[in-house]
Design a protein around this ligand. Sequence first.
Ligand code: ATP
Ligand code: ZN
Length: 286
Amino acid sequence: MEKKLRLAIQKSGRLSENSLDLIKQCGISYTQAFGKLKAEANNFPLEFLFLRDDDIPKYVANGIADIGIVGENVLLEKNEAVEEVLPLGFAKCRLSIAVPRDFSYNNIEDLNGMKIATSYPVILQKYLKENDVNAQIQEISGSVEIAPSIGLAKAVCDIVSSGSTLVSNGLKEVEVVFKSEAVLIAHPRLEEEQQQILSQLLFRIKAVRKAKQNKYILMNVPNKSIEKVIKLLPGMKSPTVMPLADEGWSSLHSVVQEDEFWKVIEQLQEQGAEGILVVPIEKMIV
Ligand code: ATP
Ligand code: ZN
């Protein structure tokens, strides 16, 4: 039987949709039976295991799964022997310390003697030690943000993205402990065949990620401005320039990072560029 690579992803939660989207964008299709713990890809040697995110590092470490997608925060907290293969650019968040809004906080020394509620005792302990802070850690598994209001702890150390949950619980963010995003992890000793499947998968993931960061750009440029326009777009190594039927004008095509494009849009217009189209790229292999 053909060897397969087994991928552990979060069953339902903030990582699930993005993880599955990434797999789809890699051209891998699968049929997911509702509520099932396992699934199989139709056109790639990949199997899926749907798990709680907290269990993913352990399953990858003990080889039940070969690879997995998990937040760096969970990876660091669980401290299992797995390899971090590739950051994936989604589920970006931070682990922060927050205190009640009316607490006059000056610096990290103010945490001395406090009780801090968290679901991340390992990361917090390390952070406090590194910063020479002597505080007590109250471990709880969920709803950390309500701990101060019920008198369980003075401060919290919890996941933040926009900060609105903190604000609605009367808290303010005072220290960022750790910045996190989703990462692909792998069992440290994969068999040769599985290593090869992983390489193929990584090749696809990188092509998809690269494509997302770049756009295909087309515009009409007066011939006299071509040199200047090319200089404005540093991402452009070798743009395609084609004459338009309209004399004195050319069509210029290239690939550019989206943020670079926004920085120079006005200058492009000043050079007389018109009919600018910015088009998504599906896959990009460089
Ligand atoms: P499970 O039931 O699988 O244990 P969970 O409730 O522990 O799920 P989620 O809330 O689904 O976890 O979050 C999964 C991961 O997504 C977190 O570990 C973190 O890396 C990331 N994350 C958490 N909150 C946010 C957020 N607000 N924005 C972006 N990413 C987040
Ligand atoms: Zn979890």
